[in-house]
Structures are given as C-alpha cells and as structure tokens.
Design a protein around this ligand. Structure first.
Ligand SMILES: *Cc1c(COP(=O)(O)O)cnc(C)c1O
Ligand SMILES: [Zn+2]
Length: 435
C-alpha cells in the first residue's frame, strides 16, 4: 500500500520495493517482498532552531523519559509514542584522553562512551524504543537473537515493561557479563548449539510461528533509538558536526542508524556538513569490508571468528541499510585483526576509560585512518565505544594473566607470601608502569 492522502507522523517503508506499512504493523519485514523496513517520519513541523531549543531545554532536566538521552529527541525518534518504557538511558559522556591521541596519532580524539548506558551497552538506546513499540502494539512477549548485549538489554527492558522475554544466544563464546545479565534480569535464555547467525535465523522463525514480537536489529524501531548516539554527540558538540565518526560494525544496525541520523539531521537543518562514517570490522568477521573493497557489487557471508564476540557475525542482517549509510556519508569500511583489537583495547583500558573488545575496533580504526593518510590529525574524530569494560572479564584476565608471549599492554599480577619483605622485593624488581 501507499499513503496517498495526509501522511501520518510516522510509517514503515520497505527499502527493497517501496511498499509502505503503518507504524503499528508488527511484522518484522516487508509484507510484500520480505525486505528490510525503515521508519519514515513526516518532517517535523518545527523550525530547526525551535527543535534544537527543545532538545537543549530537556537536557539534564526532569525525571523518567524527559531525563532520557533517547526520548529527549522524541520528535525525530518516535513522535507518536505516548507511554514510553525508559530506564532512562543515554546521556553518555564524550571523553578525551591525551594518551589515546598519542596512541592513535589523532590530534583531538573524542570517545563517545556508550558503555555508560544502564545495561552497559548502546543496545539500551534501541531497546527503550523497541520495547515501547512492543507495548504499543499489545505484545505480551518479545524475543531476540544476540551475541549477548542485545539479550541483556532486552531482558532488562522487558522486565520493566512486565513482558516475557525469550533470548537466543550462542552456547559458546558469549561473554560472561552478558550471559549473567540475561539470567539475572529474568529472560528465558536459550543457549543455542550454533553461532549467532544460527540464532538469528531461529529467532525469526520462532517469532513468526509463536507470535512473539521480534526485537532483533532488523527491527526498524531499534534503529530509531540508536540514532540518538549521533544526535546526542552532535548536541555535545553544539551541532558542529565532526569530520569523522568511527564505530565497530557487526550486524550493521548501528552503521545503518548512524547513516539515517546524519541524513535526517542534514535534511531537517540540524547540521550543515556531513561527517564521514568509518565502520570497523574484525578481520575474522569482515564480510561488509570485503563488499566495500569491491565497490559493494556483491554481498558476502563468512564463517565469523574473532575474540570480539559482539561483532562475531558472518551474515550481517542490516547489510542493505548500511551500504546506503556508507555511500551517503562518503564513508569507509576497515578491518582490524584480533591482535590490533586487543592492543587498542589495552590502550583504552590503560587510559582509565575501559571498554569491551568489540568497542576497541573504533580506536584501532582511528589509528589506521591516520596511518593510511585518510584522516588528517587536525580533523575532529569521534570514536564510539559501544560497551562496558566489565562485559567480558574473561578476555581481560586471559590477556593480562595468561597470553604468551606477553602482549605489550599486559599487566601481570604477582602472587606473594603475606610478608612485607615480599612486597619490597616486588617493588625493587618492578619496571615502572607507563601510562
Ligand atoms: C551490538 C554491538 C556491536 C555491533 O553493532 P552492530 O549494530 O551489530 O553492527 C558492537 N559493539 C558492541 C559492544 C555491541 O554490543
Ligand atoms: Zn518490500
């Protein structure tokens, strides 16, 4: 169908065939061709100045949804939502650490730390919108496939909304913190003997059969929430767009959301220049980077393998949306191997900031952009840290205590007898710790 008369505030459009669906249609894909859906909004009936004034007024004020770094931007996220399920979330810091300027070679690298969200990853920004939408359409149960963070977030928000949550995660390779959260927040947690791509396929089949509302990142409402990572960082920069926004890329939901946020921000007069997106994949899970290198003439799938479990994805669901995001922002797609990711993570951790392994892809990406001459050190870059350092304690302990040969950034603990003498012996032998 197509809306011929007065447009509603928002609706869903198929990216493949242009078919349109109402905002409250619960189908996860296009009903006509099975393609990916995108939310479209009527242009806000406020001037850019009025819109920005509202965003400014709400910042740091109020409680509940008004205090949310997602719903603060509600006019461009989901204007018709009335009752929202909000923790609140967002309001994450934009950090600067001189040691990371030195490590990357950038002149003034800013870190947008999404690990400061309530469940420790940016997934909360999508989930507050996704679960709000689930409530609007009367769903009583929600489901997702996940490498861990989506399930942790879904579990928390479903619990807040009083809905049953079903999560499918790979039986092997889910980070400890994420699994622990899903269990603790009370989601029915299925450990699938297979990889993330198997989980995703199963979740789609199960939701169709069992009538459970699907909250994977193919769900277009989640992407509306994730757009606010970009909106909030633009607001923190007083709407002066940076030259580059660099982010880790797995299932490509975030890459797509960032592209849409920038497109709309420009269309609606909130910014005047377009940042370039740099999406960074793990070398062992880089089907999108391969397509980029071939000018997006072909879509690839791989058997994914990387220490960065949040981006261990071989068949990214949001491929089509992400291609558009990279094209429209004159973006690039890079890869970083596991050693680079862990070194970048060690640098982020040692700066006192800390992040989970996948998040470090963005900092590794900045270093590559500088080294390859794609980014000038004088340019402004924002690297997005997607998840909290404690999401994956297993990898931290392996890196610092066990990895041989000893990585440059490893900080070995020393076991001692309970005597002052042994402390003195350690201090005498110690090589100074460099920041
Ligand atoms: C989900 C996630 C990613 C990947 O984002 P996509 O939208 O799947 O590309 C990266 N880092 C962390 C910590 C995540 O949770
Ligand atoms: Zn379609």
């Amino acid at each position: 169908m197509r809306f011929e008369t007065e447009r509603p505030a928002s609706w869903q459009t198929c990216l493949a065939c242009g078919h349109e669906m109402t905002e409250t249609d619960p189908h996860p894909r296009c009903r006509s061709c099975g393609g990916l859906l995108e939310i479209r909004h009527r242009a806000p009936d406020l001037t850019p100045a009025e819109l920005l004034r509202r965003f400014t007024e709400r910042r740091g004020h109020g409680s509940g949804a008004t205090a949310s770094g997602v719903w603060r931007f509600r006019e461009v996220v989901l204007p018709s939502a009335e009752t929202v399920i909000s923790h609140p979330e967002g309001n994450t810091p934009l950090l600067h650490r001189p040691s990371l300027d030195r490590w990357t070679g950038a002149g003034n690298l800013l870190l947008k730390h999404e690990g400061h969200n309530p469940t420790g990853s940016f997934k909360d920004r999508g989930m507050t919108v996704g679960v709000t939408q689930a409530r609007r359409i009367g769903a009583t149960a929600v489901a997702c496939a996940s490498t861990g963070n989506t399930s942790a977030s879904l579990a928390a928000y479903a619990s807040q909304a009083g809905m049953a949550a079903l999560v499918l995660v790979p039986a092997e390779g889910i980070a400890l913190g994420k699994l622990a959260q899903s269990l603790a927040y009370g989601a029915r947690t299925l450990l699938v003997r297979g990889d993330f791509d198997d989980c995703l396929r199963l979740a789609e089949e199960a939701s169709a059969k069992l009538g459970v509302y699907l909250l994977n990142s193919i769900n277009p409402f989640r992407l509306e929430g994730q757009k606010t990572i970009v909106l909030e960082l633009l607001q923190q920069l007083f709407w002066q767009a940076p030259d580059w926004i660099v982010l880790p890329a797995g299932n490509l939901g975030n890459t797509s959301a960032f592209g849409k946020a920038l497109r709309e921000a420009r269309e609606w007069g909130l910014i005047s220049s377009m940042p370039r997106l740099a999406a960074v994949q793990a070398a062992g899970a880089a089907p999108f980077a391969r397509s980029f290198d071939e000018g997006f003439t072909r879509r690839h799938t791989v058997k994914a393998d990387t220490v960065a479990t949040a981006i261990r994805i071989g068949d990214p669901a949001s491929y089509d949306r992400a291609v558009r995001a990279i094209r429209e922002t004159d973006g690039v797609v890079l890869t970083a191997d596991d050693a680079e990711l862990l070194d970048a993570k060690a640098a982020v951790d040692a700066s006192g900031v800390g992040c989970e392994p996948a998040s470090a892809a963005s900092v590794a990406g900045v270093r590559q952009l500088i080294r390859r001459g794609l980014m000038d050190p004088a340019q402004q870059a924002v690297a997005v840290l997607t998840g909290h350092i404690l999401k994956d304690p297993g990898i931290l302990l392996r890196y610092h205590r066990e990895t041989e040969p000893r990585p440059a950034g490893a900080n070995r603990p020393v076991e001692i007898d309970a005597t002052l003498g042994s402390i003195e012996a350690v201090l005498r032998a110690a090589t100074p710790v460099s920041p």
